[in-house]
Design a protein around this ligand. Structure first.
Ligand SMILES: Cc1cc2nc3c(=O)[nH]c(=O)nc-3n(C[C@H](O)[C@H](O)[C@H](O)COP(=O)(O)O)c2cc1C
Length: 147
């Protein structure tokens, strides 16, 4: 089973830490044309699922619904960086997850149209020589959100 290590989970909690972490999401259209965007809050619902709010990202949403694949870089300076591959799971426009995301985006003065859930399929270090060991991948932490 693939999951997000605790060191990265800690960067993807709700709250002010999110503003210190750079998140870049890449998708592709049905012709394979890549499309990368900056994300504000990116939350780990649990160690196998990420979520972000759709505000303006219409091309990204269309790409995910069409071709399903996502690649996300999570970067905290100076040298913590992680690459997560995943697939489009669901677009949520109501319910507890949507409500919590709406609250989180208010901290950025942004309004949430819906929440995209991404199922994690692969996680690796993007920090050059810095690698996380098996231990950090096998220690389960408590989910941040329940859906
Ligand atoms: C700091 C920052 C955070 C952003 N966060 C989000 C976000 O969480 N959701 C979103 O839909 N767009 C966000 N954007 C805007 C998108 O990155 C940008 O408008 C994108 O081009 C729109 O998506 P699209 O090209 O897929 O249509 C953010 C932009 C910046 C600069």
């Amino acid at each position: 089973m693939v999951y997000i290590p605790k060191e990265i989970m800690d960067l993807l909690k709700p709250g002010e830490t999110q503003k210190e972490v750079v998140k870049v999401l890449a998708t592709a259209d049905d012709k394979g044309v890549p499309h990368a965007i900056i994300l504000g809050p990116l939350m780990a619902i649990d160690e196998e699922t990420l979520a972000f709010g759709i505000i303006w990202a219409s091309t990204t949403k269309k790409n995910l619904e069409t071709t399903k694949n996502a690649c996300i870089i999570v970067y905290k300076p100076p040298m913590t960086a992680c690459r997560v591959h995943g697939t489009f799971e669901e677009y949520v426009t109501s319910g507890p997850l949507f409500d919590r995301y709406t609250d989180e985006l208010k901290k950025w003065d942004l309004e949430c149209a819906g929440v995209i859930k991404i199922k994690v399929t692969d996680v690796c270090s993007a920090s050059g020589g810095k690698r996380w060991g098996e231990d950090s991948y096998s220690s389960k932490s408590v989910p941040l959100y329940s859906t």
